[in-house]
Design a protein around this ligand. Structure first.
Ligand code: NG6
Ligand code: CA
Length: 504
């Protein structure tokens, strides 16, 4: 036992005052937040056409939640909630951001990483960001870029700005783009072509992975892949897609190796299986399900590497690992990458309807796994209603961190559910995916909305209808039979909840 731990243990016996958790006893927290992974994408969640042994081992080590949610069905709004503890409908401009967007996380309010910072943790974010950077859309990508992750609670960041299908396709370490060269400045635009790099629209013959019909992704070509937005310069700064995850994983492993002796909070924002799916060569063709499946194998491998690093440094037992996804799955999200052609019976949606972009359950109900070997029992399955927006308040309560009333108003303390000692969780949850919905017990209410019923490009039902919808998920997980007419009281109850929440 470390000397300090011994001392704390001793003090705990002789003085009630010292029973407060010592710095050495605080668990590390590794949040693995992935991109577009579906409820049915892991073998521990029922997939039988793909094997995810490292994630399955994690699920067997702790709690596998069956009723865990993102607040939205796309990336930016879900991440906004995770960071701020607020539903995305409370702030405008929280939809999918372009790659040059400015930071949308308020700097003067509590955030999830700030909770850890206030409790004395070292905090880092590695991977996808997609919450905007700087004060302005027009910014110099060759200079200091802030505010960003460091201004909203992280001590260290190694990110890419938005998504891998949006320019600029570069890494940023803290405030600077890696590999900038003043003789080859980076210029980015989301309005018009800049420079003379070929675009996917003009030169489809240069693409190593074709764009899907009518999807876009036909602006600047980087690494043989058409992107959204135009970019010129930065020859040495541009990444190669096949090295993205290996780079992020390496940085995450280094962070753990450098910080394992003090409590740390590491957010690892994996890019899998978001488009463009272009896994490292060693994973290509390995799943038999196209690059989407290969990307999931790569993700699984990376999780295994992170767990191994924790074990090698003897901090695994006292590390809380949280694994979840920012939204549900999509097959064709803009590139011909085999996700549809080689699906081979794989069902990323599980028993649910919809998918990414959708108000139906597959849009927001996602894999959610929590382990903490020192405290959480092995092999628990929990049906508690939990949501990513609650991590902020739950950890603040656990770590005894205070923040102002009126901040993080949608974040509830569900610590007991998160560690498996309560099986109920939230009384209800509001989800924003175009149409707003309320999940309460086994009832799901979707408010009437004018949006399209289906997104034909991605072949996903969006859950919109011009009448209110009510489903009983106990008997109708797929949200096929609208029972609103037969249950006016339930509809009124859930509508009232929504109105009250929206009025806050
Ligand atoms: C959509 C893109 C899609 C993906 C998504 C963001 C088109 C037609 N579709 O607009 O490819 O980039 O935005 O995904 O351009 S998210 O997971 O980051 O929200
Ligand atoms: Ca996403």
């Amino acid at each position: 036992m470390k000397k300090t731990a011994l001392l704390i243990g001793l003090l705990a016996i002789i003085s009630p005052f010292a029973a407060v958790m010592g710095q050495q006893d605080k668990p590390n927290v590794l949040l693995i937040y992935v991109d577009d992974l579906g409820y049915g994408d892991l073998s521990s969640y029922g997939a039988d056409k793909i094997k995810t042994p490292h994630l399955d081992a994690l699920a067997a080590e702790g709690i596998r939640f069956t009723n865990g949610h993102a607040t939205a069905a796309t990336c930016t709004p879900s991440r906004y909630s995770l960071m701020t503890g607020n539903y995305p409908f409370r702030q405008s401009g929280t939809g999918i951001l372009p790659g040059d967007a400015k930071l949308i996380i308020p700097q003067d309010r509590i955030t999830l990483p700030k909770v850890f910072k206030k409790a004395g943790y070292q905090t880092a974010v590695i991977g996808k960001w997609h919450l905007g950077l700087g004060d302005e859309v027009d910014k110099d990508w060759n200079g200091t870029i802030k505010p960003g992750p460091l201004e909203v609670g992280y001590d260290y960041s190694f990110i890419f700005p938005a998504t891998a299908d949006r320019v600029p396709t570069v890494f940023l370490e803290n405030h600077r783009v890696l590999g900038v060269d003043k003789n080859d400045p980076i210029v980015v635009s989301y309005h018009q072509k800049v420079g003379d790099e070929p675009t996917g629209k003009e030169h489809p013959e240069l693409l190593k992975m074709k764009n899907s019909l009518n999807h876009g992704h036909d602006h600047t070509i980087v690494n043989g892949i058409g992107r959204i937005g135009w970019m010129s310069g930065g020859k040495d700064a541009k990444w190669v897609d096949e090295e993205l995850t290996l780079t992020f994983a390496y940085k995450a492993i280094r962070f753990i190796q450098d910080h394992y002796q003090q409590p740390f909070f590491l957010t690892y924002n994996a890019t899998e299986p978001h488009v463009p799916r272009m896994p490292a060569t060693m994973f290509k063709g390995k799943s038999g399900l196209g690059y989407r499946g290969d990307a999931i194998l790569q993700l699984d491998y990376t999780v295994g590497q992170l767990v191994k690093t924790l074990k090698d440094n003897h901090v695994y037992e006292n590390t809380i690992i949280i694994f979840s996804s920012d939204n549900g799955p999509v097959l064709d999200d803009g590139y011909e990458d085999g996700a549809v052609a080689q699906l081979n019976g794989h069902n990323p949606f599980g028993p649910y309807s919809g998918g990414k972009y959708s108000a139906f359950e597959a849009g927001t109900r996602v894999p959610f796994i929590i382990t903490w070997p020192k405290i959480i029992k092995k092999g628990i399955t929990s049906d508690a209603l939990i949501c990513q927006v609650d991590l902020l308040s739950s950890f603040a309560s656990f770590l005894n961190v205070k923040y102002a009333r009126g901040e993080a108003i949608d974040s509830e303390n569900h610590w007991k559910s998160l560690i498996g000692s309560d099986q109920v969780g939230r009384a209800y949850l509001i989800k924003s995916a175009g149409a707003l919905s309320v999940l309460k017990g086994h009832y799901k209410f979707i408010k009437a909305s004018k949006g399209a019923k289906k997104n034909n490009l991605v072949n996903i039902e969006l859950g919109n209808d011009d009448v209110d919808q009510l489903y009983d998920l106990n008997v109708d997980k797929g949200e096929r039979t609208n029972i609103a007419d037969r249950n006016p009281e339930k509809v009124a109850e859930l509508k009232l909840i929504l109105d009250r929440e929206m009025g806050k």
